[in-house]
Ligand binder design. Structure first.
Ligand code: SF4
Length: 458
């Protein structure tokens, strides 16, 4: 493993919850540790593969190894009561029905669809909700292909964990690309489609082609984005065998039709770019003309270090990729285990940003993908004796909010937008600049308020 083997593909082997006892590297765990792993993975999704286990994890450093933390569930990822409840049921060999009831209750308490995805983002066509589609920002729709709702391995912090476990109504998915095309015809303002999941790169190329080709006929569409972590979890996808060759042809086909193809690559740690296959995959994607933009959340125990981020961005630039976002861990799933306060995230971002060249400063962060939109913590400062955070709305459900600057009271512990409060004696997050959507002459001079209720619903 780790070597490119020409046209003979490596064998991909997934390890799911039931295979925990068969992972040789786990044999050193105590019975309690193994029970903890089985307990948490009964609630949250768990999957690793042979490449992650053999090439990316440093087994001499578990449980602290960042890639181990990134893939193997830990006891602290569930609240103590929830953990004990499930552990005791497993230990006492409770019936599958009893376990399922407990697990479902716990999952529903973990905010499975943050950011108002179910209530606010699902668009309508002919008066009916469109399955497998989210339309939050004017120019971009998200499409969740049914065949791509899994990943080559699961991240323990996954903000889309509800896509992989639990009841059907917690999931977004559609195989109906015709409806997507109809929706785009009715919404010419949409220029970008993000194919996401899960990971669309888990699909066979011929299946991915079935989703992409109809989009090439949509004249108003300028960009197709593919959200993926396969570059980190299974880079062989882009290198080996006829599948990979066909994928490169598909990438070229998209661009030959005048569309921009962007791989929204999810890299959490520089180790994911340390193997030969990982480097070669990135270079091959770039050679197809697709642009790789890199993003990941800041996660405690995985990448909460300025050196780690600086190294990650440097490697990305060296390999021709574009650093894009450092996100803040979202308010879902095991958030309490992974969260990093905004103040620390800002310090860490600024320290890392100060050590990289201008080419890597395409990255934006720390950024919260919240109910009103993407809100960046730009800095902290003092005004009239009050310490505050300066926030900027990078993307917004309501386009009038884009580029607005907000002030929030400085709070060393706050880890999400809902935990912040307006500063300077205000009871609302006021915007400081004119509306962006209106032509300059007709812009109102009054400030545009970002309603506090919107923020608190984040
Ligand atoms: S790659 Fe993305 S969707 Fe898949 S498990 Fe990781 S965070 Fe979740």
């Amino acid at each position: 493993m780790g070597q490119v083997t020409g046209n003979s593909p490596s064998t991909y082997r997934a390890y799911l919850r039931g295979a925990v006892d068969r992972i040789p590297q786990l044999q050193g765990l105590s019975d309690d540790q193994r029970l903890a792993l089985k307990t948490v993975s009964a609630v949250l999704p768990f999957k690793v593969n042979n490449y992650v286990v053999e090439e990316l994890i440093n087994w001499d450093d578990i449980p602290n190894d960042p890639i181990y933390q990134l893939t193997f569930p830990q006891e602290g990822m569930l609240a103590t009561d929830d953990f004990r409840r499930v552990r005791d049921l497993i230990h006492s060999e409770a019936s599958p029905g009893q376990l399922a009831v407990a697990v479902e209750e716990i999952r529903r308490g973990l905010n499975p669809h943050p950011g108002g995805q179910l209530e606010l983002n699902v668009p309508r066509l002919d008066g009916e909700p469109v399955a497998g589609l989210q339309h939050k920002y004017r120019e971009t729709v998200l499409f969740f292909p049914s065949h791509g709702q899994t990943c080559h391995a699961y991240c323990t912090y996954c903000f889309r964990w509800a896509q992989f476990v639990g009841s059907k109504e917690l999931k977004f998915a559609s195989s109906d690309v015709t409806t997507l095309v109809r929706y785009l015809a009715e919404h010419p303002e949409v220029t970008d489609v993000l194919i996401t999941g899960g990971d669309p790169m888990t699909m066979k190329t011929r299946v991915l082609r079935r989703y992409l080709e109809p989009l090439l006929e949509v004249e108003t569409l300028t960009s197709i984005r593919l959200g993926t972590k396969s570059v980190a979890w299974w880079p062989q996808r882009f290198l080996e065998g006829e599948e990979a060759d066909d994928l490169m042809r598909l990438f070229e086909q998209v661009q030959a039709r005048g569309k921009h193809l962007a791989l929204m690559a999810h890299y959490s740690h520089p180790r994911e770019l340390s193997t030969q296959v990982a480097e070669q995959a990135l270079r091959r994607i770039s050679s197809s003309g697709a642009v790789v933009r890199c993003q990941a959340p800041l996660i405690r125990g995985v990448n909460d270090s300025a050196e780690v981020w600086a190294e990650l961005w440097k490697r990305q630039v060296r390999l021709g990729a574009v650093p894009y976002y450092m996100f803040v861990e979202r308010d879902t799933g095991p958030k309490e285990y992974f969260k990093v306060p905004l103040a620390r995230a800002l310090d860490l971002f600024q320290e890392a940003y100060g050590t990289i060249s201008g080419l890597a400063r395409t990255v934006r962060g720390p950024t919260m993908s919240a109910t009103p939109g993407k809100v960046q913590v730009v800095g902290s400062t003092e005004v009239a004796g009050e310490r505050l955070f300066v926030l900027k709305v990078l993307q917004a459900r309501d386009p009038r909010w884009i580029n607005e600057i907000l002030f929030a009271r400085y709070d060393a512990e706050a880890a999400w937008l809902t935990e912040l409060r307006p500063a300077l004696g205000s009871d609302e997050f006021f915007a400081q600049t004119p509306r962006q959507a209106a032509p300059r002459a007709s812009r109102p001079s009054a400030r545009v308020a970002l309603p506090l209720a919107e923020v608190l619903g984040s």
